[in-house]
Design a protein around this ligand. Structure first.
Ligand code: MN
Length: 343
């Protein structure tokens, strides 16, 4: 049995290779916070929080203020009785991304103590997953060029950001489809459309013979009626992302029959609560995908552990580390679109 000796938070800034443009937001860098837990048996476990102001109303500064409180909660606690620590974290830590990082680091330390990896502790369903890669908003030419490059570099699923200009979005997707036939598409409007626009977009593309595997967050996060309207009237499966932050959000979406998919991101819910969301969706027959914020490889490893451990995600959108500069995949191996958890 080992006890937590210390917990430390460190701010780390990662720059995007090119500014990441989605509906109403352009980012040049991700301000993440690394969590390091050490135990008296010499274990060192690392987690990473990648906070989103747009989605969850938090940033690195709001997170860093929790360092002393974390020490109070965690130091001297038995790592093998992790639920006791999780319960305390839920009482005192309001930041979902910090919770994700700390909970993961605790499970990582626990797993090391047991001599296994986190993905095995979670069930060990798979040892590898396939990820998509994302085309952010830009001119039609830029978007087509990016999509073609993504396909060429070995990806079979392309995620396309839309939501700022309806007609240009439609034209971009048509053009991308013409140049990258044979791949699957996930389209994400990040709340950019009205329900009517969302339907216009989907029907227009459908009549051109273009299939979209997932139509993510077409309308505003609180417009659950609108989401439901798009779900029942568009030919494509609809996913909730911004509408699905917590387990309570997801329960409500299920009750309202508003979505075909839920996009789980541990930065929105925390790590432990993501497990509840998985169970909710599995029970209700709602499909799952897993996404990310601006995680480096350190943070992506957390979601890869969840995705491999549980094996329940129809689509994995774990590509933020591919969009950031200076990333080293030292915790997993990535060959083109395939991420393997075993080194
Ligand atoms: Mn999304």
């Amino acid at each position: 049995m080992s006890k937590i000796k210390d917990v430390r938070l460190t701010h780390r800034r990662y720059y995007y290779k090119k500014p990441f443009h989605i509906t109403n937001s352009i980012s040049s860098y991700a301000d993440n916070v690394e969590v390091e837990i050490t135990t008296d048996s010499g274990i060192k476990a690392i987690g990473e929080a990648s906070p989103s102001m747009r989605v969850c109303g938090e940033n690195k500064d709001t997170i860093l203020t929790f360092e002393n409180r974390l020490k109070e909660i965690m130091v001297d606690k038995d790592i093998t009785r992790y639920l006791v620590i999780f319960r305390e974290l839920n009482r005192f830590i309001s930041s979902s991304s910090l919770k994700a990082a700390v909970e993961f680091a605790i499970l990582d330390a626990f797993s090391m103590e047991m001599g296994i990896e986190v993905y095995r502790f979670l069930g060990g369903d798979k040892t590898e997953i396939e990820t998509d890669k994302t085309v952010s908003i830009g001119s039609i030419e830029e978007r087509v060029k990016e999509a073609v490059e993504i396909k060429k570099s070995g990806f079979n699923i392309i995620k396309i950001k839309v939501g700022e200009n309806l007609e240009e979005d439609i034209e971009s997707i048509e053009e991308i489809y013409r140049k990258t036939k044979g791949v699957k598409y996930i389209v994400d409007a990040n709340e950019g459309y009205s329900p009517k626009e969302a339907l216009y977009f989907a029907r227009k593309l459908y009549t051109k013979g273009i299939d979209i595997a997932v139509y993510e967050q077409p309308v505003k996060r609180y417009d659950i009626e609108g989401l439901r309207f798009v779900r029942f009237n568009s030919p494509y499966p609809v996913a909730g992302d911004e509408s699905a932050r917590t387990a309570v959000d997801v329960l409500n979406l299920i009750k309202k029959e508003a979505v075909d998919f839920v996009n789980i991101k541990i930065m929105k819910s925390g790590f432990a609560s993501a497990l509840s969301i998985i169970e909710l969706c599995n029970s209700a027959g709602v499909d799952l995908m897993i996404g990310c914020m601006g995680e480096s490889t350190t943070g992506i490893y957390q979601s890869v552990s969840l995705a491999c451990g549980r094996g329940c995600f129809r689509f994995c959108d774990l590509d933020s580390h591919l969009l950031l500069k200076d990333q080293q995949t030292d915790r997993f191996v990535q060959k083109k679109n395939i991420i393997s958890i075993t080194l």
